[in-house]
Design a protein around this ligand. Structure first.
Ligand code: ASP
Length: 330
C-alpha cells in the first residue's frame, strides 16, 4: 500500500503536513488547522481522490451541482486503467471477469445503482441513468449491462494486461484473502456540498479482487457504501464491504450526525460498531479495514477507520489536500 498510497502524515486536525513521496505531489498544500466549514467542498476516498476532486471542483467552483460534480469526479479513476480497483483496469473476480459496482444519490433522495456490471467503463453513469431513466433504483448483472447498451454505453474489454497477468498468478494458489490496505481492492467514494448548499454522493469500485463471481459489496448499496440526507449530511465508505453492509454503515453515520455528532465522531461510532460486531463474531479485527468519510450540511467533515493506512482527499477553499484518517487499532 505504501507504494501507491503515499499520504500525508497528518490527521484532519493536524497543523502541518509532510509530503512523503514527491511522485505523488499533486498540488499538495499544507493542511490548515483552522477547520472553517466552507462550501463548495468535495471529499473522496484514497489518494486517487486528489485527481477526482480536481474534476469535481471544476464543476463546483462554477456553481455547478454536487450531483454533476461527484459523477464527473469518480469518472476519473473509473476511466484510468492504472487505477486497478475501480472501473476500467479493475482487478477481476476469480473467473477473470471484471464486475463493477456503483451508486449515486442526490439532494432529493433520488438514487441509482448498478451491481456486477461487466464491460462498461463508467458504471457511475449507468447508475445515474438508472436513477433518471427507469422506475427502479438498482439493476444488476446482465440486466444492468443490457440497460447500459440501450442507453448508448459501449461494450468494452475492461481487463487490462496487468490485471490479467496478476489474476493468472493468483490462480496458482487461488487463495481468497483480501489483505488490509493492500491494493487488491479500494473504492472511490465521493461526497460534495455545492455552492447552493446541496449534497450529493457517488461510489464506484471493482470490488474485492478474486471475489466469487456475483459477489456484491457495499459500494452499490445505498445506506451501506453511500448515503446522503440533504438536511443533515453525507457519508461514503471503503474497505471490506461485507462489514460495511453488516452495520448499514453510511446510513448509520448520517443518522449519528442527525443526533448531533460531528462527522468525525459519527464515523468513529460507526467504526465502533464494526469493532464490536467483529469481536462478537469472534473474527480477527486485524484482518478488517473499514473507513468512512463524512460531510455535514455546514461543510464540516471528518473520517475514521479501523486501522492505519486509509486516507482521503478534501478540496475546499484551502485547496486539494490528502489527509490521513485517524484509526482505532493503534
Ligand atoms: N468496499 C469495497 C467492496 O467491498 C472494496 C473497498 O473499498 O476496498 O467491494
Amino acid at each position: 500500500m505504501t507504494t501507491r498510497r503515499n499520504f500525508i502524515k497528518t490527521s484532519a486536525f493536524a497543523s502541518a503536513a509532510l509530503l512523503v513521496n514527491k511522485s505523488d505531489a499533486a498540488e499538495l498544500k499544507l493542511h490548515q488547522n483552522s477547520f472553517t466549514p466552507s462550501k463548495p467542498i468535495v471529499l473522496s476516498t484514497w489518494n486517487f481522490g486528489l485527481k477526482a476532486n480536481e474534476a469535481a471542483w471544476e464543476i463546483l467552483i462554477k456553481n455547478g451541482k454536487a450531483l454533476d460534480a461527484v459523477e464527473a469526479g469518480v469518472k476519473i479513476p473509473e476511466g484510468d486503467p492504472t487505477e486497478r480497483s475501480v472501473g476500467y483496469g479493475g482487478r477481476p473476480d476469480r473467473d477473470g471477469r471484471v464486475t463493477l459496482d456503483a451508486c449515486i444519490m442526490d439532494e432529493n433522495a433520488n438514487i441509482g445503482s448498478v451491481a456486477c456490471l461487466e464491460f462498461i467503463k463508467h458504471p457511475i453513469s449507468v447508475a445515474r441513468a438508472v436513477m433518471e431513466k427507469t422506475p427502479h433504483v438498482m439493476l444488476v448483472g446482465d440486466g444492468a449491462f443490457q440497460f447500459a447498451l440501450s442507453q448508448g454505453f459501449k461494450k468494452e474489454n475492461l481487463l487490462v494486461e496487468a490485471s490479467e497477468k496478476e489474476w493468472q498468478d493468483w490462480l496458482k494458489s487461488s487463495n481468497y484473502k483480501p489483505i488490509v490496505n493492500i491494493e487488491n481492492h479500494d473504492t472511490i467514494g465521493m461526497i460534495a456540498l455545492d455552492a447552493n448548499g446541496d449534497l450529493s454522493g457517488a461510489c464506484t469500485t471493482s470490488g474485492m479482487a478474486y471475489k466469487m463471481h456475483g459477489r456484491v459489496g457495499d459500494s452499490p448499496i445505498i445506506g451501506a457504501g453511500l448515503y446522503v440526507d440533504n438536511e443533515i449530511g453525507a457519508a461514503t465508505a471503503t474497505g471490506h464491504g461485507e462489514e460495511v453492509i453488516r452495520i448499514a454503515g453510511c446510513h448509520l453515520v448520517v443518522e449519528l450526525m442527525r443526533q448531533g455528532k460531528s462527522p468525525e465522531d459519527a464515523c468513529k461510532e460507526a467504526v465502533g460498531r464494526v469493532v464490536n460486531l467483529t469481536a462478537k463474531r469472534k473474527k480477527n479485527l486485524k484482518d478488517i479495514q473499514v473507513g468512512f468519510i463524512a460531510l455535514n450540511k455546514k461543510g464540516e467533515y471528518g473520517s475514521y477507520c479501523v486501522q492505519s493506512g486509509f486516507n482521503y482527499a478534501v478540496y475546499d477553499a484551502n485547496g486539494n489536500n490528502l489527509i490521513d484518517a485517524d484509526y482505532y487499532l493503534k
